[in-house]
Design a protein around this ligand. Structure first.
Ligand SMILES: C=C(CC[C@@H](C)[C@H]1CC[C@H]2C3=CC[C@H]4[C@H](C)[C@@H](O)CC[C@]4(C)[C@H]3CC[C@]12C)C(C)C
Ligand SMILES: C[S@@+](CC[C@H](N)C(=O)[O-])C[C@H]1O[C@@H](n2cnc3c(N)ncnc32)[C@H](O)[C@@H]1O
Length: 360
């Protein structure tokens, strides 16, 4: 082979590799690239062990029932998946109904803005994002409403990602992120003008515990909206296929147990909220939220090959392939949950903390 042919072959191979890794594998919002996949706050040599530990929770269902263990197991889960989510989905870790003619990014933003519009807050007021992830919703909501948003997440790595994104977006004056447990928040009573949570409270072992904390930190007369993960009226506990789908969703998403839609308002009333509105945003005429998962299937295969290559080369930590495979399977359970109509990730509930009565 002459030197010209060799040079051409080498540049073609290098170009192909660059295209495969950086172009095909690029992050939706340039948040993460495949070559940067990590285990969050877990040291790279411990990623595999942590993944095995995560699964062992499900081999001992009694452990999951022990409420105090859940935040740790959720934290481990987010160390394992945060980079993969950012790389393959974007900075907003939730679903939204597909909107004809709109991109995924636009539909996501519309779904987020709806949350803050519902709680009727004014620019300059302070609102809480309970379970804020890396802050995709927080930035959209701060920019749209002009409110100061304080987010809380159990995962330290997400705090660092959210802070970096906030700064880059020029929204660090409006957005603050705290690492903590939303079951016992480090905030004063009656210190927020509003609150929202997007697909996050499903991680609480008892919904009552997180709702009562949010109730405590809200000022009287202010509102809270939540997009809840629930089983719908079509779910039948005696149908083995339904049980398989729901268990698949729970295992692949670090959930201590999905609740039925009919339980949500009951819990809210029990802790003192008034229920203003309740609606499953996934129901027609909304377009399927799961179509984005279905359309992504080819990309998941490509991602899987890429993750295998990167793990073999020692670029991605050992265990990344297992985590990716878990997500791959989870995407299928979620799609089946959507297709059968037994599951919704966007059961919206709008709540109000009552004004103080004259006597009190
Ligand atoms: C609210 C939660 C998370 C919801 C979603 C943001 C995530 C649920 C399943 C995730 C994914 C599944 C398949 C992955 C794919 C195999 C990979 O190549 C790229 C990332 C995925 C698309 C990933 C992205 C995020 C999800 C859609 C829960 C945890 C309460
Ligand atoms: C699926 S993500 C959604 C994040 C964000 N709402 C979004 O839509 O991008 C769930 C979030 O809830 C947080 N979370 C779960 N359990 C928590 C707890 N006990 N305390 C604080 N945050 C928690 C996770 O750390 C994660 O940030």
């Amino acid at each position: 082979m002459d030197s010209l042919t060799l040079a051409c072959t080498v540049s073609l191979l290098a170009g192909g590799l660059y295209w495969f890794v950086c172009v095909l594998g690029s992050a939706e919002q340039k948040g993460k690239h495949a070559v940067q996949l990590s285990g969050g706050s877990i040291q790279r040599e411990n990623v595999q062990d942590n993944y095995n530990q995560y699964w062992s929770f499900f081999r001992r269902p009694k452990e999951i029932e022990k409420a105090e263990k859940v935040p740790d197991f959720v934290d481990t889960f987010y160390n394992l998946v945060t980079d993969i989510y950012e790389w393959g989905w974007g900075q907003s870790f939730h679903f939204s109904p597909a909107i004809p003619g709109k991109s995924n990014l636009e539909s996501t933003r519309i779904h987020e803005e709806m949350a803050v519009d519902l709680i009727g807050v004014k620019p300059g007021q302070k609102i809480l994002d309970a379970g804020c992830g890396v802050g995709g919703p927080m930035r959209a909501i701060a920019a749209h409403s002009g409110c100061n948003v304080v987010g809380i997440t159990i995962n330290e790595y997400q705090v660092s990602r959210a802070n970096a994104h906030n700064k880059k977006a020029g929204l660090d004056k409006l957005c603050d992120v705290v690492c903590g447990n939303f079951l016992e928040m480090p905030f004063e009573d009656e210190s927020f003008d509003g609150a929202y949570s997007i697909e996050a409270t499903c991680h609480a072992p008892k919904l009552e515990d997180v709702y009562s904390e949010i109730f405590r930190v809200l000022k009287p007369g202010s509102m809270y909206v939540s997009y809840e993960w629930v089983t719908t009226e079509l779910y039948r506990g005696e149908d083995p296929e339904h049980v398989e789908i729901i268990q698949g969703i729970e295992r692949g998403d670090a959930l201590p147990g999905l609740r039925n839609y009919s339980d949500i308002a009951e819990v809210a009333k029990k802790v003192g909220f008034e229920v203003v509105k309740e609606k499953d945003l996934a129901k027609p005429p909304s377009q399927p939220w799961w179509s984005r998962l279905k359309m992504g299937r080819i990309a998941y295969w490509r991602n899987h090959i890429l993750v295998m290559v990167l793990e073999t080369l020692g670029v991605a930590p050992k265990g990344t392939v297992d985590v990716h495979e878990m997500l791959f399977k989870t995407a299928d359970y979620l799609t089946r949950g959507g297709d059968t109509g037994i599951f919704s990730p966007m059961h919206m509930i709008l709540l109000k903390k009552p004004e103080k009565s004259q006597e009190s």
